[in-house]
Design a protein around this ligand. Structure first.
Ligand code: HEC
Ligand code: HEC
Length: 156
């Protein structure tokens, strides 16, 4: 009885390993998990200078221009050279919002908050590529438009 159980267990384990080996990740391709993939060459980011729609109200907007060579380190922040409150009227860039001047306790600071100093933590340029993984995301406006009781004008 015990031997039979053991054989069954071994068979399950083998089947499990097989299934694992066959698993394919859309981003890794067929490269086994323990190996490193060869990353695709960097492409040219989209540089159309047209601000993109946000998927939800508090989304950090994606960057609609190239950022090659814009240094952000201890001594200099090239982004703020255009996007800071003081520089934006001169450069016509979108000024960083008030949230970027708030510390974690909600106090407004005179200078950009250290929490928001490294812009690329949250804001990223975009490439014109086919999405690697599919998704079924639906914008909240879309949902509201289809909701029962929504004013006719907002319905599609
Ligand atoms: C030479 C000035 C300049 C520099 C430097 C610059 N930007 Fe911009 N940025 C702009 C302008 C102007 C726009 C408005 C859209 C456009 O013209 O590209 C913009 C748009 C944006 C937007 C979109 C805002 C929105 O509401 O959709 C983000 C995010 C952004 N920049 C982030 C950055 C980051 C991060 C850096 C540094 C890595 C940076 N920018 C450096 C000028 C600049
Ligand atoms: C910790 C994440 C984070 C960091 C770091 C950050 N941002 Fe943002 N940013 C956001 C979010 C979230 C929003 C949208 C909500 C808001 O305005 O707070 C935003 C909004 C913006 C906007 C649009 C403002 C508007 O009124 O439409 C600009 C421009 C911007 N950020 C630029 C920058 C720049 C330049 C830096 C670096 C100095 C930076 N951000 C750092 C998260 C971040």
């Amino acid at each position: 009885m015990r031997a039979a159980a053991l054989i069954l267990l071994a068979a399950f384990a083998a089947a499990g390993t097989l299934a694992y080996a066959q698993q394919e990740d859309r981003m890794r391709g067929t490269v086994p998990v323990a190996d490193e993939t060869r990353p695709p060459p960097l492409r040219n980011p989209e540089n159309k200078d047209v601000r993109r729609e946000r998927a939800y109200s508090m989304q950090p907007p994606t960057i609609p221009h190239k950022i090659d060579g814009y240094q952000v380190d201890l001594n200099v922040n090239a982004c703020l050279g255009c996007h800071s409150r003081g520089r934006a009227p001169v450069t016509q860039a979108v000024a960083v919002s008030v949230s970027h001047y708030m510390d974690r306790d909600g106090n407004f600071l005179a200078e950009i908050s250290p929490r928001r100093y490294f812009c690329e933590q949250c804001h990223v340029p975009q490439d014109e590529v086919k999405p690697l993984v599919g998704n079924r995301f639906v914008d909240v406006d879309e949902i509201l438009r289809g909701a029962p009781g929504a004013p006719a004008a907002t319905r599609k």
